[in-house]
Write a protein that binds this ligand. Sequence first.
Ligand SMILES: Cc1cc2nc3c(=O)[nH]c(=O)nc-3n(C[C@H](O)[C@H](O)[C@H](O)COP(=O)(O)OP(=O)(O)OC[C@H]3O[C@@H](n4cnc5c(N)ncnc54)[C@H](O)[C@@H]3O)c2cc1C
Length: 472
Amino acid sequence: MAETIYDVAILGGGPAGYTAAIRAGQYGLKVALIEKSEKLGGTCLHVGCIPTKSLLFNAEVYDYLKHAKEYGIDGLGEGRVNWKAVLERKNQIVAKHAKGLEFLMRKNKVTVVQGFGKLTGPAKNGVVEVGVADGKGATIVQAKNIVLATGSDAKLLPGLTADDCILTNTEILSLEQVPKSLSIIGAGAVGVEFGSIFRSFGSEISIIEFLPRIVPNEDEDISKELVRTFKKRGIDINLGAKVEKVAKTRSGVKVTFIASDGKKMEKEAEKVLVAVGRAPRTEGIGFEMTKIKPERGFIKVDEWMRTEEPGIYAIGDIVAGMPQLAHTGAMAGMVVAAKIAGKYARPIRRERVPACTYTEPQIGSVGLTEALAKERGYTVKVGKFPFSANSKASIVNSHEGFVKVVADAKYGEVLGVHIIGPQATELIAQAVTALELEATVEEMMFTIHAHPTLSEAMLDGFGSVEGMAINV
Ligand SMILES: Cc1cc2nc3c(=O)[nH]c(=O)nc-3n(C[C@H](O)[C@H](O)[C@H](O)COP(=O)(O)OP(=O)(O)OC[C@H]3O[C@@H](n4cnc5c(N)ncnc54)[C@H](O)[C@@H]3O)c2cc1C
């Protein structure tokens, strides 16, 4: 293998790495993709985006069935969750897409090398080497460019190890049955998504969050609305809570924390999910032999994803200051591939990366929150339109939430859009396009949205910035 000098070798076959590989292949580059696991797809396909959204869909179907009578369907009752079948369906979806990736690698003439890759040092005569060990032996992959895309792992609290009671996103996806009760430490996207899903399946949920808000990166109004709807669904929420201890008991796990009022509290549940963020998987990749100086494990890059070491790029969850999202990593992969191929590319702009949280109700947001826009010195104009006034929301019986638009008062440019409500994760794409094209509120107000659709709530959202929403 060492005789071949690839144009690019990519370390890690998650969404960042495999997207870079496919796009580089499309440009006609000679590509090697090094992956330590047997299957391509990374966190996203195996223990992240895809399996969680598969469970979420089952949860949604179950929620509809619980109210079948309301939709004029008699005789169903509440039904019972066949958890084994739910997991089986999830596993089939994952397996199908893992196979799909193998096909895409063949289609784009990407050489997949299985094994753990490690840099052997800086480029010599324009060639960088990666040593790949697969347990049976070692081989060297040589390339003109290296892209690091090794992803991230769930963080645990100090002293904890994941098992069948103390769970991370990996263990929770293969539980033998739906837990009667589940405590969740951390209310970022991962924590609230699992809370929402397992609540629909009937678990008692307690969320314990250190910060004063759930989904703390979202606009404050979004956090408030999610708290309101979660409470309505019977989810217990503890904010500003400092976890002191997580201890196993005879029947499960007890979390002891200091509540926001200073009182010591205890929550006992069958299982606890620790969802306190993700740490970059950058140990053992051989940085010490290069100019790359990770910061708390994260890798610094410039706008073209170049590290401090010539010929070495980094993309995905390991990159410092980028949202740890599959679509950010995938786009970074496309940018890198274009750059290496000498083709047109645009750098990623952080404020144009959509963030989606797949709860019930869903959240989709992009751009500046109201607070951040003010902090940056904008005079802002804000509009808010409730889904309760949208006809399609009535048809699909989903009235919670709103569309909030943050605009610059001076020129009318759309600075941010924050949606909580039905299909928010789909609706947000239009706002991303608006930001990408630097659209103004006025332009969006004269963009035709089909009727009756949830998208019309966006039209009314833009209109509401000028106090001219039609439907309220
Ligand atoms: C529960 C959960 C739900 C999520 N839901 C969403 C969602 O809905 N939408 C979204 O956008 N994001 C979601 N994410 C985040 C998303 O999964 C990550 O942002 C994404 O997977 C990061 O992609 P990546 O390619 O950087 O890394 P990863 O997906 O982690 O892939 C890295 C790959 O590199 C391999 N690797 C590591 N080290 C080496 C090495 N030295 N040599 C060879 N191979 C190596 C690993 O085996 C792995 O396959 C979710 C995450 C979690 C945990």
